[in-house]
Design a binder for this molecule. Structure first.
Ligand code: HEM
Ligand SMILES: *[C@@H]1O[C@H](CO)[C@@H](O)[C@H](O)[C@H]1NC(C)=O
Ligand SMILES: *[C@@H]1O[C@H](CO)[C@@H](O)[C@H](O)[C@H]1NC(C)=O
Ligand SMILES: *[C@@H]1O[C@H](CO)[C@@H](O)[C@H](O)[C@H]1NC(C)=O
Length: 318
């Protein structure tokens, strides 16, 4: 069990390339960008939708667009672990424009990856070169999403689920930093506020100055669909405030709070703040986030016509 925790996937060499569509569809990335911009202008929640969508795509069957498929009651997207996902319409609109401009060339999995990159940039986060060349997978099955990281997981289990995808503790910490943008439904807070294991009552790691606000926002028997920012007082911009909040007992999601339960992940969170050893350079959250996004974007990618296709529409196999 412990041993299996440390299986790592060879991520060092990637079959993906920056600018994979340079010659076959030179406007691919700018088309994605303009659709993401328009959608975000219309609905400011869109960048968060798109960033989360890439994570959920990559963690089940690899980054292969499996999350986008509508294949009836077994559709992967119906899995409990994917609750609240949105942004499918944006991906579908980009796809139909790309099919018009360069039919059969750009995969849906790549559209999701490019859109996530742009979502971060539009939220004043770091811009990075996104690798492309993924093909779209042939499988969508909700039971394959049973191993999605869950908001109630222990830090040990979260680490294990990331290790299984070839991601380490640093990836877990900085990718959880994606919660710097976006909101959560009260649904995901109810246990944390009223029935936190093992003793029940509120999670003792919530700062006493923050608890009353959370209790008021998500009252018992209140509307579980009511949404609140995940990054307290800093929801619109992509910044390190999320890690500061996590460190200070102002985490909203319990999985974020649990990053402080483990000496390794806690040490990584701490490394971005006050330094005792002045000769060690403070790491950059933005630079580390970009590294981890590129790593996540390589999980289980499908290369070659046997392993994947270029879908004509993103919610259906060809
Ligand atoms: C470590 C394990 C993780 C857990 C347990 C987790 C859990 C959650 C939960 C419960 C929500 C609220 C969903 C809702 O109410 O609609 C959420 C939102 C979000 N998550 Fe995560 N997450 C994790 C990691 C990540 C990663 C790696 C990313 C991206 C790199 C990410 C990006 C987001 C974003 C952007 C939102 C806001 C969505 C919105 O505003 O609609 N999360 N996450
Ligand atoms: C595409 O063009 C960019 C910018 O000129 C370059 O950095 C990249 O290596 C090119 N990629 C491929 C696969 O040709
Ligand atoms: C879905 O996956 C599960 C677990 O791997 C498998 O038992 C089941 O047969 C699959 N269902 C379909 C329709 O492929
Ligand atoms: C500070 O960090 C450097 C480089 O890792 C190390 O060589 C040095 O011993 C550290 N100093 C203290 C006081 O911990």
């Amino acid at each position: 069990m412990i041993i299996s925790c440390y299986i790592s996937i060879g991520l060092a060499e990637s079959p993906l390339r920056v600018g994979f569509y340079n010659t076959t569809c030179p406007d691919a990335e700018s088309i994605v960008r303009s659709f993401v911009r328009d959608a975000a202008d219309f609905n400011p929640r869109v960048p968060a939708f798109l960033l989360r969508l890439h994570f959920h795509d990559c963690f089940v069957q690899g980054c292969d667009g499996s999350i986008l498929i509508d294949n009836g009651p077994i559709s992967e997207k119906l899995a409990d672990g994917h609750q609240g996902l949105k942004g499918f319409d944006v991906i579908e609109n980009v796809k139909s424009q790309l099919e018009f401009v360069c039919p059969g060339v750009v995969s849906c999995a790549d559209i999701v990856a490019i859109a996530a990159r742009d979502a971060v940039a539009f939220s004043f986060g770091p811009f990075y070169e996104v690798e492309t060349g993924r093909r779209d997978g042939f499988v969508s099955n909700r039971s394959l999403a049973d191993t999605m990281p869950d908001f109630r997981d222990s830090i040990h289990l979260l680490k294990h689920k990331f290790f299984e995808k070839g991601l380490d503790e640093k990836d877990l910490v900085v990718l959880s930093g994606a919660h710097t943008i976006g909101t959560t439904a009260c649904f995901f807070l109810m246990d944390r506020l009223y029935d936190f294991p093992p003793r029940g009552g509120p999670d003792p790691s919530i700062d006493p100055d923050f608890l009353p606000e959370l209790l008021e926002t998500c009252p018992p028997n209140g509307d579980i669909n009511f949404r609140l920012p995940i990054d307290h007082n800093s929801v619109e911009t992509f910044d390190i405030r999320i890690l500061e909040n996590i460190r200070n007992g102002f985490a909203v999601l319990q999985s974020d709070a649990k990053l402080m339960d483990d000496s390794v992940t806690k040490g990584i969170v701490d490394s971005y703040f006050g330094f005792s050893n002045r000769s060690v350079k403070r790491p950059s959250f933005e630079a580390d986030f970009v590294n981890s996004m590129v790593k996540m974007g390589r999980i289980g990618v499908k290369i070659g016509p046997k392993r994947g296709e270029i879908r004509r529409v993103c919610n259906m196999f060809n």
